[in-house]
Ligand binder design. Sequence first.
Ligand code: 5RP
Length: 231
Amino acid sequence: MSTATSAKQAAGVAAAALVEDGMQLGLGTGTTVVFFLEALAERIRQEGISVSGIPTSKDTAARAKELGIKVISLEDSMDLDLVVDGADEVDLEFRLIKGGGGALLREKIVAACASRVVIIVGEGKMVDKLGTTFLLPIEVVPFGVRATRAKVEGAGCQAFLRTMEDGEPFATDNGNLVLDCKFRYGIDDPAEMHQTLSQIPGVVEVGIFLNLCHTVIEGCADGNSITHQRD
Ligand code: 5RP
């Protein structure tokens, strides 16, 4: 296993240890979350704990079911005890960039229903300034995407339509498109940028997550993890 993968696994395992019997969970999306799901499934098997989870993507739903984790929806419950999700960048104030896997809309809806959100990351995701190591994903409706993209770029970035390997546009689980936005010097004021971008017609969700993260578990290559707690 590579050191990057070991770090992700360490974070996933540490997050699974936070789960308590009877909890209703939000299940994030991404490669780090897969390690959390595997460790959680192991605890269900070994300790007999009973939990249910709301997945934030079709991929996560499929993986959770394969692993024997009970999957429910927000129609069943909208009060979650704990959400565990990944992130593409985390700054010093626990503001996040998310959406590398294209699940930002469902991830934000689910995170907003939780009393506690734990973000699990491997190495290199903690940054001084958002937008410096990762492009900001924005989910937009397909209708009028050219016009939406021009307006997004008017906010001070270069916006690239996300495509798949075959060159076709990437579609989210909601049937929308993703613009990946490059800010030359990063995002100076994430709250202001979130506000500006959210007001553009055609923008469904912005991958800046504000005030939604309570704890960050940073995995290390040696299999340990560091827990950062917001005051
Ligand atoms: C998906 C996400 C992911 O949580 C984020 O991209 C991190 O993924 P990974 O754990 O694979 O690095 O926001 O929309």
